[in-house]
Design a binder for this molecule. Sequence first.
Ligand SMILES: [Fe+2]
Length: 135
Amino acid sequence: MALLNWDESFSVKVNLIDRQHQKLFGIVNSYHDAVQGGKLAPALFKLLDGLAEYATVHFATEERYFAQFNYKDTEAHKHEHKILTAKIVDLKSKVKVGINVEDDEVSKFLQIWLEAHIKGTDHKYIDCFSKNGLR
Ligand SMILES: [Fe+2]
């Protein structure tokens, strides 16, 4: 079974963002599978790099709406995005120099962060986004 399984309880009621979250889940699941399958550092690095790149696209999408709708929790929310972005950079540099990544620490961390961020922090903008007409 995949590490992260998207279901309606993760929905933020905006199609584009739900699809982006599903894609992030997919990348983390691929990372988890690669670790389980004993893939080596270069393959893991490539997956983390892909995650970093897509997370940047996704965060920019949310943050563009925050600015557009003058969302009240913008600063706190952007701060969480910044912390994850920095964490991925840190993980990438560790994987790059071959620091032990065989255990599931990385995928576990990403799983917990994504689940908590979507259900805790992202869900707070549902009313704002919906009032502003996003579907
Ligand atoms: Fe977010």
